[in-house]
Design a protein around this ligand. Structure first.
Ligand SMILES: [Zn+2]
Length: 75
């Protein structure tokens, strides 16, 4: 089960989120969908950047089509 770590772009709160398919991720504190996915979750055995399932997010792809699954809502 994919657990990703995010940080809210709006209030700066870090949080972890289970991501199911294309479920939207929003900040638990302010409900903002402007969150940035982090890749520093120690619980993930393959947290290496090369093994990241959605490497496009990290390298600053355009917001449209980022991640492909709709889990990333960077603006
Ligand atoms: Zn927030």
């Amino acid at each position: 089960m994919p657990i990703f770590e995010y940080r809210c772009d709006r209030c700066g709160k870090p949080f972890e989120e289970l991501v199911f398919g294309d479920a939207a991720v929003e900040c638990p504190a302010c409900q903002s969908k402007a969150v940035t996915k982090q890749f520093s979750v120690p619980a993930r055995p393959m947290a290496g950047r090369a093994a990241a399932p959605v490497p496009a997010c990290e390298s600053g792809m355009p917001s449209s089509g980022c991640c492909g699954g709709g889990a990333c809502h960077q603006r």
